[in-house]
Every structure is written in structure tokens, then in C-alpha cells.
Design a protein. Structure first.
Length: 77
């Protein structure tokens, strides 16, 4: 599973200018628990898997919707 999207951002980091942000997310399965290492954003939160999700409209909800669809195809095999 690979999810990619682009959207426009404007904030202090971009000097107030509008810039395109590319987001690429992969889905994997861990065989055992591992600690989360933050690389770009501080903090994390676990949410129950109960699609459809309403967490963050721009970046999170669309990838979770696609992941749910992907996981449904796996369970049908």
C-alpha cells in the first residue's frame, strides 16, 4: 500500500508563501511492538480502527479511507 497526495501549505516555515507539500505514506505490518520515533512532527496519538475516520480532513482522513479500502480487499482474499 502506497498513498501519495499533494496540497498547498502556507505558514511560518514557508515564509508566508504558498508552497506545494507532497505527502507519501506506506502501510506495513509489524510483527512486534516498537517505539515511535518522530522525524518531522512532535507527538503522536493512537486512534481506534473504526472507519470512516474524522481526524484531519486534509491529510489523515483520505489516507485512512484508502487504507480501509485496501485492507477490505485483503480480507476478501
Amino acid at each position: 500500500f502506497r498513498y501519495a497526495t499533494e496540497y498547498e501549505v502556507q505558514n511560518r516555515r514557508t515564509g508566508g508563501k504558498r508552497k506545494m507539500k507532497t505527502l507519501v505514506i506506506f502501510l506495513g505490518k509489524l510483527l512486534e511492538d516498537h517505539p515511535i520515533t518522530h522525524t518531522e512532527h512532535l507527538g503522536s496519538e493512537w486512534f481506534p480502527w473504526n472507519p470512516p475516520h474524522s481526524i484531519q480532513q486534509r491529510a489523515i482522513d483520505p489516507v485512512l479511507a484508502d487504507a480501509a479500502q485496501y485492507l477490505n480487499t485483503l480480507s476478501q482474499d
